[in-house]
Every structure is written in structure tokens, then in C-alpha cells.
Design a protein around this ligand. Structure first.
Ligand code: ATP
Ligand code: MG
Length: 318
């Protein structure tokens, strides 16, 4: 069962980055390009930003450099109302970066600097332990499974949060190509303890450990373990599955400017609405995902409750 917001903040662990985008579609970065950025980014940071903007308590364990890219992110999260006390500042390594260029076919080419940036130095500091000790909910990003020492931090944090009545959610956020036997075992361990699962597309089957299963088979297998699953379907909307309900949420019709961050905003809005007891969490989540794709920058479209309420009223409110 998901804990109430009053128990303590929703927290997550992971990378804080700036994102710098090519202004023209094409393939890669093999020549001089016009770029736009830096924008605050990193999937866990996008998630926490949306939680906080919606009015939930939220905090993040992360590491940034002592540079403008780091300050841009921490200033942004602090302004959103997020707890950045567990964001440590590395004295020498730069803040993580992601350069992205959209291909004409909507694929993306990246140049990342994450593992060897400050983002790779995330650690269980005293400030991180203090945040974990008062957390009400822990959200796990599947991308964290790829970072070996991050798994140790999660193994420490999950039992602490659970022991005080806190809940756990998982966005598998994992490409099939990143699945190793280790990753699969870690994923299964988190799934077994999760109160909410937020997969998109074939991550549903990966989370079920049944790569060849149909959607219905994977959902049935997962519902034996996890009480609440929300399957994200991009511009096709989303579906909530519990033991006795299925609710299909259509997508809001929008012009897509920048698809990055939709899943994180959607998941954060759903979880926060559930923890705050807001009406119609699924619709609010769909509005958060759709609104975010209308803005350039991975978290520039994360909305407050007032923004999302207005967005829903202006769009087809089905
Ligand atoms: P990400 O690319 O950030 O990892 P994801 O694959 O986890 O995203 P999506 O399914 O792409 O998640 O998006 C989450 C939700 O946001 C969708 O279920 C939908 O409600 C909304 N959404 C995403 N893209 C669009 C769109 N183009 N138009 C309308 N709504 C959208
Ligand atoms: Mg995703």
C-alpha cells in the first residue's frame, strides 16, 4: 500500500545532469552544431521536480560538481520545493552532462558523461542517511541497476524506508540491451517488494521476468506480487491495473516538442497524487506527461497542481 505524504518525503537516488540539445534534427555530433541548453535533467531529478511541483514532499540523493551545471540543477530543485540536503557537491569532478540530438525518425543520439562525472560519485553520506531515515516513500529508477555501487545504496535504503511504514515504487526504465543476469536479479528483488510499478512498453515483460509473454500474461504474473501497476503507452495513454480494476486513460492531444521526461513526470504525478489523496491520479498523471512534452527541456513542462488542473480543463477532459 502506498504511504500517505504525511509519513515523509518521496525520495529517489540517481543522476543529476544537464542536457544540451542540438537545435536541428540529424545524426549525432560529428560536426559543429547549434546547441540549446543547459537544461536541468536526469530521470530521477525530473521525477523529484514533478513530485515537488505538485505539492508533495520530495527529496533526492545525488552528486553534482561545484560548477554552474550543478547549481542550475540544485537551484531549480530547491525552487520547486524539493529537499536537496542530500545532494552532495564533488570538489573536483564536473556535473554530469547529456548531449542529445533527435534523429529525423524520432530516435535519439546521445553523448553522455555520467559514470565519470560527479553523478557517478553518489554515496550514502550522513545527509543521505538522514533523508532516508525520514522518507515516506522510495522510488527506484531502473537505470540505477546499471550502476553497481548504487545498488548497495538501495539495499541499505529500502529496508529502512519499509521498516517505518514507507512504500516503494519502481520505474523499470531499462532497455533490453542493458539486462544482464545481475540486473535481472536486482530487478526481481525490487519488484517483489514494490507497492507500485510504472513500466512503459516492453518493460512490463522485463519486470515480470517473462520477455516473451503477452501484456495480459505479464500483468497477471505481476499482480500476484505487486498490488498496483500503471502501464505507460506514450501518446496512446496509460492503463491502471489492480487485482480487481482496469482503468484506461486516454492521452491528451498535444503537439510534441520534446518527449524526454514524459514518463518521469507521469510517474511522479501519479505517485504524488496517490500519496496526497488527490482526485483522479491517473488523469493528473496523463496531464503531467502530456504537458511536459509540449516544452523544450526534460523538466521544463513539469506542472503545479494549478497548471495541471488548467491543462485538463482546456483539453478534452475524457
Ligand atoms: P520516457 O521517454 O520519459 O522514458 P516513458 O516511456 O517512461 O517515457 P511514456 O509512455 O512515453 O513514458 O509517457 C508517459 C505518459 O505521458 C504516457 O502514458 C502519456 O499519458 C503521456 N504522454 C507521453 N507522450 C505523450 C504524447 N506525445 N502526447 C500525449 N501524452 C503523452
Ligand atoms: Mg520510461
Amino acid at each position: 500500500m502506498l504511504s500517505s505524504d504525511t509519513l515523509g518525503p518521496t525520495i529517489t537516488f540517481g543522476e543529476i545532469l544537464v542536457e544540451i540539445m542540438a537545435t536541428t534534427p540529424g545524426h549525432g555530433f560529428g560536426q559543429a552544431l547549434d546547441l540549446r541548453g543547459p537544461f536541468a535533467s536526469g530521470a530521477p531529478a525530473i521525477f523529484i521536480s514533478q513530485c515537488a511541483r505538485l505539492g508533495g514532499q520530495a527529496g533526492i540523493v545525488a552528486c553534482v560538481g561545484d560548477d554552474d551545471f550543478g547549481r542550475l540543477n540544485t537551484d531549480r530543485l530547491r525552487a520547486d520545493g524539493a529537499d536537496v540536503s542530500a545532494v552532495s557537491i564533488h570538489p573536483t569532478l564536473p556535473t554530469g552532462t547529456a548531449f542529445v540530438r533527435y534523429r529525423p525518425d524520432k530516435g535519439r543520439d546521445f553523448v553522455f558523461n555520467i559514470a565519470h562525472s560527479a553523478a557517478g560519485q553518489i554515496a550514502m553520506t550522513d545527509a543521505a542517511r538522514a533523508l532516508v531515515a525520514r522518507a515516506g516513500h522510495l522510488h527506484v529508477m531502473g537505470s540505477a541497476f546499471a550502476i553497481p555501487h548504487l545498488w548497495a545504496l538501495l539495499q541499505e535504503a529500502i529496508p529502512v524506508v519499509k521498516a517505518r511504514g514507507g512504500s516503494l515504487s519502481l520505474d523499470p526504465n531499462l532497455r533490453k540491451e542493458l539486462m544482464t543476469p545481475d540486473t535481472a536479479a536486482r530487478l526481481a528483488q525490487v519488484v517483489a517488494q514494490a507497492d507500485l510499478l510504472l513500466p512503459s512498453g516492453s518493460e512490463l515483460q522485463l519486470a515480470a521476468g517473462l520477455p516473451e509473454a503477452s501484456e495480459a500474461e505479464a500483468v497477471a504474473a505481476l499482480l500476484a506480487v505487486v498490488p498496483e501497476i500503471v502501464l505507460k503507452r506514450g501518446d496512446q495513454g496509460a492503463t491502471l491495473f489492480t487485482a480487481d480494476t482496469r482503468i484506461d486513460q486516454p492521452a491528451f492531444a498535444v503537439t510534441e516538442v520534446d518527449p524526454t521526461g514524459a514518463g518521469d513526470c507521469f510517474g511522479a504525478a501519479y505517485l504524488t497524487a496517490r500519496r496526497l489523496g488527490l482526485a483522479n491520479p491517473l488523469q493528473l498523471a496523463a496531464a503531467a506527461g502530456a504537458r511536459n512534452v509540449t516544452c523544450l527541456g526534460p523538466m521544463e513542462g513539469a506542472g503545479t497542481l494549478a497548471d495541471l488542473t488548467r491543462f485538463i480543463a482546456e483539453k478534452d477532459p475524457t
